[in-house]
Design a protein around this ligand. Sequence first.
Ligand code: G6P
Length: 604
Amino acid sequence: MCGIVGAVASRDIVPVLIEGLKRLEYRGYDSCGVAVFNDGLKRARSVRRVHDLDTQIRETGFAGTTGISHTRWATHGAPVTVNAHPHFSRDAVAVVHNGIIENYEEIRADLRAAGYEFESQTDTEVIAHLVNHLYKGDLLMAVQAAVTQLRGAYAIAVFCQDEPHRVVGARYGSPMVVGLGDGENFVASDAMALAGTTDRILYLEDGDAVDVRQTQVTVYDRNSAKVEREVRIVKAQDSGADLGPYRHYMQKEIFEQPRAIADTLEGVAAVTPELFGDDAAAVFAHIDSVLILACGTSYYAGLTAKYWLEAIAKLPTQVEIASEYRYRETVPNPRTLVVLISQSGETADTLAALKHAQSLGMSETLAICNAPTSAMVRQTKLTYLTRAGVEIGVASTKAFTTQLAALFLLTLTFAKLRGHLSEAAEAAELRHLRHLPVALQSVLSLEPQIIAWADKFAHKEHALFLGRGSHFPIALEGALKLKEISYIHAEAYAAGELKHGPLALVTDQMPVVTIAPNDALLEKLKSNIQEVRARGGQLFVFADADTHIQSSDGIFVIRMPENYGALSPILHVVPLQLLAYHCALALGNDVDKPRNLAKSVTVE
Ligand code: G6P
């Protein structure tokens, strides 16, 4: 999603501004731009890739010592050049912005009345004109005055014609960091954008503004009082940029899952609350229920965990889509553990849901997150870091399975605390967890069979996914993967719901993907398979080896390993990831950057 880089230096900072955008590219965007001061405000924008922007500016000798750059993911206004950032106000003020300004129409009307002309459909352009309108010789004061009028979420970086050696940043609801260099300083929407330039990072808090100059950085809080924010050393994570033998990051990340799970479980010798933080024992002792908040794939990890937490730990668990929870009236319970699940730790809706829960007095919070320095990790009491490594493909894969591994550990921890896990059972479950990477390898070796299925699938317009119990969320995740990257319309149902509606859709043109673990619901599922077959539907079944489901007319079977007990969902999602990947490949889609989607959704 949108990305920001800003810099003040004594050297030409265009390479830093462009390199920063390249590092943020994987998040998804549809246009990009850069502006510098060079005898006036200069700007270049592109509705193609950062690479094209780079080529464009190299050809024109674009350079400057102060500047800002941006990748845009369209919210207000189509992805066309005039809507791309930076936005200018009368060639005097330049702004880049992440987030959404909710009251931009009112502000725009006032500014139009004051004589400002608008050239874009964006909410961002109002910020440029507003800062210009309020400017009385001090950019920081103009920005501080402007943001008091903004409603919504923003991270902005601004510079101006009259004070060309200064960039002012401000944030509320969208992340922003400051990077400290030697005789040069930076702002960015993520420390990753500055990797290779500086590792000395300070994280702005909501309501902060920052005055960035070549040799000095000053942070002000929401009351305009000077504040110190801790400087942290943030080592550049391995960007995972090397594709190795793989064609796409998504494929690479699918195949990295055994390693990612092993890393996530590294050092786990026993089931203990301390795995989740030093305070976890005290917190867990008085917890009587769990509320999981997340979006997208992370939400489906939460749904799977509900089956585990209730069945194994006997702990009442609710799972909510973060964007629903934040606006819904609920009954808060201070003894509830609020669990946030997020790959990026920056998803706007999940962060807002966390804040909402905290405002209701629910202070026992745990983040299960893949980004150690993210806002979510900083804002929760407890943390479990998944160690999937950087995930670049927009469609989440290894982040999901590592989240499940962490959630299973959480389940075992509560089961033990609540007297539902004997020592022998604990040892057996840990053995199972540690064996997962090997079991995953054997599932990955099914790829050739899945490629053959993808050829049959790729030209269908619709697909149904069926699962039961803890594999129902896996069906949801499988359908999501197919939608995201192959653009085939896919729906998932709990198999028992088939006859309450979706059966009406079943024809020989509707492939029905069925997840068939050898669990207590197998016989029920076999009946559902027959219901589909009787209507001429074609079934594509991922069946555990010990289910004895055979391929026959209209039923295609890929044989999974033997049933893997409670952890079976982690194995069953992998062939669904591969199926979506190979369908997208067969259709020639941009697998890692599917249309309209973003990796890190930092707007509401
Ligand atoms: C976006 C991504 C999804 C992800 C979701 C939640 O939609 O494309 O892959 O599941 O955001 O992101 P999070 O970082 O909070 O897990």
